[in-house]
Structure formats: C-alpha cells, structure tokens
Ligand binder design. Structure first.
Ligand SMILES: [Zn+2]
Ligand SMILES: [Zn+2]
Length: 246
C-alpha cells in the first residue's frame, strides 16, 4: 500500500473569501512544492475553476479531484467530489438551478473571478456564491451520490455552517462518505463530543483560502494509487485501505 498526502478542501480566486493569489497556477505549484499528492478544488457553490487546475496538474505528479463546497438550505457546508468532468458539468447545472440569486457586492465580500492560466480574468460572477442553495442537505447528498460522487460534510465541529451547528445531529438517513473536521480539531475529542463511531471516517483538510494555508493541513490516504475509486475505498476503510490524520 502507498501513502498519499491528501487535501480535498481548497478554495480558489473564485470563492468570494478566497485570496486573489489562489490562482490555478499558484495552487498547483504550491501544492507540489509543499509535498501534497492529491488535492480537491472546492469553491463555494461553483465548480468553474476546477478543469484548468486539473489540466495544469496533469503535467506534474499532482492529482486533482474536481469538486465543490455546497451550502444547503439549512446553511450546512458540505463537500461534493467527482470522478470526471461529465459528472461535474451535470452538478454545475444543478448548482445553477438551485443557487439563490443574490447580487454580489465585490468591494464588500471579495472578488469572484474565473481566471486562465496566465491569471487573465475570463469571467466575473455578479451573483453571490456564498448564498445558500434552495435544497436540503439530504437532497444535495442524493444528487452527489446519483453522480457517483463523494459526499463529506465540511468542518463539522465548527460553531457555524456545520452539520452539528445547523442540524444538531447527523441524520441517520444521510449517507456521508466521511466527516471533515476543522484544522485545529482533535480527532478523539470530536469523536467523543459527537459520539462518532470508528466505522465513520474522519478527515482533516486545510479549507485553504490563502496560499499560506496550503500544505499545512492534510490527511494521509493509504491506498494502491491516487485514483477516485481508491479514494472511495480508503474512506470506507476497505481491503486494507484507510486514512490517517497526522
Ligand atoms: Zn465552509
Ligand atoms: Zn471551505
């Protein structure tokens, strides 16, 4: 079995709260420099910057998993990760249909731009990506799984925008592939506080919005190869695969 430093929660220039230095080129070179093997691109309620980062990373040893950080109707943040761009496009259509349209004030909340590899602005979004979708967390989970994606509620121990802060519990019918805990959280303490059994995998990712945060927080995935199928198996702790929070 091989080990892979994995961070599946990273924001880009496209997120209103993401630094303008989080350009596709910068993210790929910093992730490589800092020893990450697999990264996930998860902007708020949009997937529009994923494909370029995936393309740039292909020339290197870095694996990029395209995805998104969704805000459900209950204001729960959750990650959706996808195997390919066919699934991602269908999911982007879903986001376009369900995101509440609130005009975006860039000077107040930060720029939301899609850039090319030379950091030229291709598109500036005039609706706020931090708004909520008009669907429940269960509906979002079902859509992600319908597209054979991976569904991970984000930073579950945080006092805002988390599964436990918004719902108070993990709904038994919600099919989560893992739970992401926040940067400073301690796995054992989170398991105890929320009574999370060892059959449910916990992961820690950076939730990086700034270049400084990249590479500092990750989870070690133990698996055969850096493929989407292997990531799924590692999260399920199948056939000797697994994850370790360092
Ligand atoms: Zn979040
Ligand atoms: Zn985030």
């Amino acid at each position: 079995m091989r080990t892979f430093r994995t961070d599946l929660h990273i924001h880009t220039v496209l997120s209103p709260c993401g630094s303008l230095e989080m350009s596709p080129g910068n993210i790929v070179s910093l992730a490589n420099q800092r020893g990450l093997n697999i990264i996930g691109i998860t902007d708020h309620n949009s997937t529009k910057q994923c494909e370029l980062i995936w393309k740039l990373a292909k020339k290197t040893n870095l694996t990029v998993i395209p995805g998104c950080e969704m805000t459900s109707r209950e204001e729960v943040h959750c990650l959706g990760l996808f195997e390919d761009f066919d699934a991602l496009r269908v999911f982007q259509d879903y986001l376009d249909r369900h995101l509440s349209i609130i005009p975006h004030n860039a000077s107040l909340f930060g720029y939301q731009v899609v850039v090319d590899q030379d950091e030229n602005i291709l598109e500036e979004l005039d609706y706020y990506l931090g708004a909520a979708l008009d669907v429940s967390v269960e509906e979002v989970e079902q859509k992600v799984h319908e597209l054979s994606g991976i569904f991970i509620p984000a930073h579950v121990d945080r006092p805002r925008n988390s599964l436990y802060s918004q719902l108070g519990f993990l709904p038994p019918e919600l099919k989560v592939d893992a739970l992401q805990i926040s940067k400073l959280a301690e796995e054992t303490a989170v398991r105890e506080k929320y009574r999370i059994g060892s059959d449910l995998t916990l992961v820690k990712f950076s939730d990086a919005h700034f270049p400084d945060d990249l590479g500092k927080t990750y989870t070690i995935f133990e698996m055969e190869s850096p493929s989407f199928a292997e990531i799924k198996k590692a999260l399920k702790q199948e056939n000797g695969r697994g994850v370790k929070i360092p």
